[in-house]
Design a protein around this ligand. Structure first.
Ligand SMILES: [Zn+2]
Ligand SMILES: [Zn+2]
Ligand SMILES: [Zn+2]
Length: 258
């Protein structure tokens, strides 16, 4: 089955341009240098699966004309990946008759429930809350005939999830990919990898580190995401190998999900 992946956001936690910054990338007029917070949408068989709800989700959904959501998967609970949860409201109201399911690692699900108590634990009688329900990920998640496998990643000192779905994998925020996870990333058509910048960072991969991952896993195509303002789009792309490119907001890719 064919699927389409849309890059909703390709930027790091602060987004590009970054508030208060006047560097060349933040002032760039190239639309590829405007990066909202990191998220992707996967469409197949008339269903729409979202990975993460960023603080920019509203803007991303309007830009891409999203009119339907059938499930949300969370990678982890950092603010840049969850703060858009309230903007699921309009799409959750359309998800009838059941609540929109949100899938997360058991600890991440507990965190989200606590952080957004007003959504999950209140009995607010005036309506207006996102109609969502949390489901804990316990192994692969089967969604509408496709399989989303959680892939454990090391992100600083915490363990988070990336996801493999068919011939594609989306591995945002990570500093290391454990050996056992690398084994599960063979024969990929599309591989998304965190590549914050050139300079090392304690919780994120760099361009150099992610190029090593590409060499090791040999996907047909690789795309970098969670990019900060150190990497000008055109200039960085020109220096990358043929099969590796920076992703950008609004990028669309086709692949086989089953
Ligand atoms: Zn992040
Ligand atoms: Zn800047
Ligand atoms: Zn993070």
């Amino acid at each position: 089955m064919k699927a389409t992946l849309t890059v909703l956001g390709s930027g790091t936690s602060m987004g590009v341009p970054t508030i208060g910054c006047s560097c060349a990338v933040c002032r760039s007029t190239d639309p590829h240098d405007r990066r909202t917070r990191p998220s992707v949408l996967i469409e197949y068989g008339g269903k729409f699966v979202l990975i993460d709800t960023t603080p920019d989700f509203r803007e991303q959904a309007i830009r891409e004309g999203i009119h339907q959501l059938d499930a949300v998967l969370y990678t982890h609970t950092h603010a840049d990946h969850i703060l858009g949860i309230d903007d699921l409201r309009p799409l959750s109201f359309l998800h009838k008759p059941n609540k929109l399911p949100l899938y997360a690692h058991p600890e991440a699900a507990d965190f989200i429930r606590k952080m957004f108590r007003y959504i999950f634990d209140s009995d607010y009688k005036f309506g207006g809350l996102p109609q969502v329900e949390l489901r804990k990920i316990n192994g692969a998640v089967e969604l509408f005939g496709a399989r989303f496998e959680p892939i454990a990643l090391i992100h600083g000192d915490s363990e988070i999830y990336g996801f493999r779905f068919g011939s594609a994998a989306y591995l945002t925020d990570h500093s290391e990919i454990p050996e056992a996870s690398l084994e599960r990333l063979r024969d990929l058509d599309i591989l998304f990898l965190d590549a914050l910048r050139y300079k090392p960072h304690p919780t994120h991969s760099t361009v150099e580190h992610s190029l090593e991952t590409v060499k090791r896993l040999k996907p047909r195509r690789a795309f970098f995401t969670h990019i900060c303002h150190d990497l000008p789009h055109e200039e960085t792309n020109a220096a990358l190998p043929e099969n590796v490119k920076l992703s950008y907001d609004g990028m669309k890719l086709e692949f086989d999900i089953v």
